[in-house]
Design a protein around this ligand. Structure first.
Ligand code: ADP
Length: 468
């Protein structure tokens, strides 16, 4: 794997998952431990209190002598290592006890006696039994007016529980950590499998393999959305790459023809006898072809600059009606040459804010096309109309028309429909026209069907003094 596993999201999430799981489990264990020890201690304390009550009752019935016997008998019955009884005067002097050899290191605490005397309330304490690992719970309690019972119980069950709990805790935590790490890893891997698929697809995609797509989960979750977005991004890139390829093919093609022609002229002139007239013709042809090339290159530059917002447009309040009329007058002789009926319905005095030089270029391209693609004896009509916020300039022709599949493509740079390849042109005119009109916040639309003529409509914002 080319990346470090410790840097992966899967690893970090697993770590988090394991950590949180372990902390929660530890918390549950601590809570359980606390409750269990509390319960055990309460049980022991209750037992001690019961014993004290027993001593009080015996003393009331049989006096202190009875308590002496009870101490021995009770300790023997329960086990002398389990329980002890000591009867003391408030001064701390012991006057009776059970067999104390095991408990000899547990003394009567003067300090506790003091507390008992001043508070008149039972006092509990937990002590470590010296020289043994055991602990004992001890109760000091008044069992008669001048007799205090000190009784203790070995906390064996308590200690046993504690060590059993430790073992359970360690093994359970081990299991929980391993279980949560494995399950966390599997869960995270499953959740991130979509990301892995996207990464793999992205790695597989090269310039030539743009058609690879990631399969969505269909769950409509975040990953599914990511997959959909990723795939639509690929669609868009594929489209762009395709159009860039087409465009560069077209550029190559369009550059090749004039250059081949220039070369042809030069070759012919060389082959023919040296004649000044031949050289002149060659020079004239070369100039014509290079002019066409330069014009094409300049148009490309204008489109690119205008699209990037770098071309300087000089927006001024101008008479659009006048511009349309002048352009029509300019093209009328061309239409006449082809015996085309050229009519114009142009509304007077339409003023808009525009770069009129550029708009004229756009409109001239549309008009030039209409004449170019309309056969002899056809008809062309230019109509302007006005709404509250839009000016429309329509150019209707009865020419060869455009097949529906090409209607959007003809606006791409260098694109020329199959049917029009025979007539001269670069395929840049419409692209330039649309770029110019869009810089004016307008657009160009086309309605056409093959063989039935075409209608190109330039729409520009009217009252646009503030728009641009
Ligand atoms: P050119 O005219 O130099 O080929 P354009 O960008 O002006 O380039 O036009 C692109 C293509 O759109 C043309 O090649 C032609 O196929 C189609 N076209 C444009 N105007 C018309 C029209 N009025 N009638 C039919 N086809 C048209």
């Amino acid at each position: 794997m080319w990346y470090n596993i410790f840097n992966t999201i899967a690893f970090r999430l697993t770590l988090w998952f394991t950590g949180i799981f372990s902390i929660c489990s530890s918390f549950a264990f601590v809570l359980f431990y606390f409750l269990a020890t509390q319960t055990l201690q309460t049980q022991i304390d209750q037992e001690l209190l019961d014993n004290a009550a027993k001593f009080s009752a015996v003393i009331r019935r049989n006096g202190l002598m009875g308590a002496r016997e009870l101490a021995v008998v009770e300790a023997q019955a329960a086990g002398e290592k389990m329980i002890f009884f000591r009867l003391v005067y408030p001064t701390g002097e012991v006057f009776a006890s059970s067999h104390m050899s095991y408990w000899k290191h547990v003394h009567v605490s003067k300090h506790v006696l003091q507390r008992l005397i001043s508070n008149k309330d039972n006092v509990f304490e937990t002590v470590r039994v010296a020289s043994t690992p055991k602990k004992a719970r001890i109760l000091y309690s008044y069992v008669a007016g001048n007799a205090i019972l000190q009784t203790g119980i070995a906390m064996d069950s308590y200690i046993k529980f504690l060590s059993a709990f430790k073992k359970v805790f360690i093994s359970a935590m081990g299991f929980i950590i391993i279980f949560s790490a494995i399950s966390g890893w599997l869960l995270v891997r499953k959740a991130l499998s979509g990301v892995t698929a996207i990464t793999k697809t992205a790695q597989n995609i090269t310039g030539n393999n743009l058609d690879a797509r990631v399969k969505g989960t269909g769950n409509k979750d975040e990953l599914d959305h990511l997959v959909i977005t990723f795939n639509s991004m690929l669609d868009r890139i594929e489209e762009l790459v395709k159009s860039i390829r087409e465009m560069s093919d077209n550029i190559a093609h369009d550059l090749k023809s004039p250059i081949t022609r220039i070369r042809g002229f030069a070759e012919l002139t060389l082959i023919h006898e040296e004649n000044l007239e031949d050289y002149r013709t060659m020079a004239a042809n070369t100039i014509e072809e290079t002019d066409r090339l330069l014009d094409m290159i300049n148009t490309m530059l204008v489109i690119s600059k205008a699209e990037a917002g770098e071309e300087d447009f000089e927006f001024k309040k101008t008479n659009l009606s006048l511009m349309v009329k002048e352009a029509c007058d300019l093209f009328a002789p061309l239409a006449e040459d082809k015996h085309i009926e050229f009519s114009q319905i142009i509304q007077d005095q339409i003023f808009i804010v525009a770069d009129i030089r550029m708009l004229q270029r756009a409109f001239s391209n549309l008009l030039d096309n209409a004449i170019k693609y309309t056969p002899e004896y056809g008809k062309i009509t230019v109509i302007t109309s006005l709404t509250n916020n839009e000016v429309s300039i329509r150019i209707e022709d009865t020419g060869i028309g455009i097949a529906p599949e090409y209607v959007e493509k003809i606006f791409e740079r260098f694109y020329r429909a199959e049917s029009s390849r025979t007539s001269a042109g670069t395929g840049l005119g419409l692209s330039l026209a649309r770029t110019i009109v869009r810089r004016h916040k307008g657009d160009i639309r086309v309605e056409s069907s093959q063989g039935k003529g075409a209608v190109f409509e330039m729409r520009l914002p009217f009252n646009n003094f503030k728009v641009i």
